[in-house]
Write a protein that binds this ligand. Structure first.
Ligand code: PMP
Length: 292
């Protein structure tokens, strides 16, 4: 018996789960996804993830497979069935199965698939030590605000970064960093301001990004949302990346050169601690199903 996964109305052992070869997710990457973190058996910022899912679906004129409340109930049931205390819940919606044709087929039933991944998130060697990134051209499409499953360019970037001995890629367009392969990118300027690209079709509106910017402002750390250059990143005091499952990762090397003194900086460490505190408060201590 492996994990219990969810596929279109059924909770099944992962070995029993099936999707059609005609599913448009498989044939066209015609699908969208969300990843929520799980802490103490509860989902972190899940309402915001489901709102973004709704937006992604609308941008692609894809029908929702269920209401946000129904999806939330399935998510909580899956976390509970797998007894995951800490880790991630992956959720994917595709347009469903139809004979292969480029235009959107009418009257297909969207597919909804979910699985969990148990792993520790709070205790993280990468967070303690920091990660290294290399800058690579951003070859992705122009609608990065839609969280689609078309992730091959991001996968290629991560692979190329790792082949160079780095942990991740920061992607560059017009001399500016757009974001990481699967995270938002930030620097702390020599003036102590946090810089991160403003929202738009060039980047994904990270749910963790929104929380981090809110926490920064509440703490009195100035935030400027604008593109920053590779050169600015090289001379920054600190750099960091955020995503739902990594929270805040210090970035301590860019293109082989140390940022600051090459160790996680104080602003980054403070924001990671504040984010984890906020997330733990949100999930409470009652375990699975505690958060609405
Ligand atoms: N940008 C990209 C390209 C991503 O893939 C992700 C993570 N899915 C993020 C940013 C971070 O988004 P979130 O904080 O919602 O996980």
């Amino acid at each position: 018996m492996g994990r219990t996964v969810y596929v279109n109305g059924e909770f099944l052992d992962e070995s029993e789960a099936r999707i059609s070869i005609f599913d448009r997710g498989f044939l066209f990457a015609d699908g969208v996804y969300e990843v929520s973190s799980i802490l103490r058996g509860g989902l972190v910022d899940n309402d915001a993830h489901l709102r973004r899912l709704g937006r992604s679906l609308r941008e692609l004129s894809m029908p929702a497979p269920a209401s946000a409340a129904e999806i939330n109930a399935i998510q909580r049931e899956l976390v509970s069935r797998n007894r995951v205390e800490e880790g991630a819940l992956y959720l994917q919606v595709t347009r469903g199965a139809a004979d292969r044709e480029f235009s959107y087929p009418r009257d297909t039933k969207p597919s909804l698939v979910m699985f969990t991944q148990a792993r520790s998130l709070v205790d993280s060697p990468a967070a303690a030590k920091g990660i290294s990134v290399v800058t690579l051209p951003d070859i992705r499409w122009k609608r990065r605000d839609i969280k689609t499953i078309g992730l091959l360019p991001a996968s290629m970037a991560k692979e190329a970064a790792m082949a160079q001995g780095a942990d991740d890629a920061w992607m560059v367009e017009d001399d500016c960093i757009s974001e990481g392969s699967s995270n938002n990118a930030y620097i702390v300027s020599p003036d102590g301001e946090i810089l991160t690209r403003h929202l738009g079709s060039e980047i994904l509106a990270g749910i963790t990004r929104a929380a981090i910017l809110r926490l920064s402002r509440e703490t009195g750390i100035p935030v400027i949302e604008r593109p920053f250059t590779v050169e600015e990143a090289r001379h920054a005091n600190e750099a960091f990346a955020t995503s739902a499952t990594t929270f805040v990762y210090p970035v301590v090397r860019i293109d082989g050169r140390s940022i600051g003194d090459g160790t996680p900086g104080p602003v980054t460490k403070r924001l990671r601690a504040l984010y984890i505190e906020m997330a733990l408060e949100q999930v409470g201590s009652a375990g699975s199903g505690s958060n609405p």
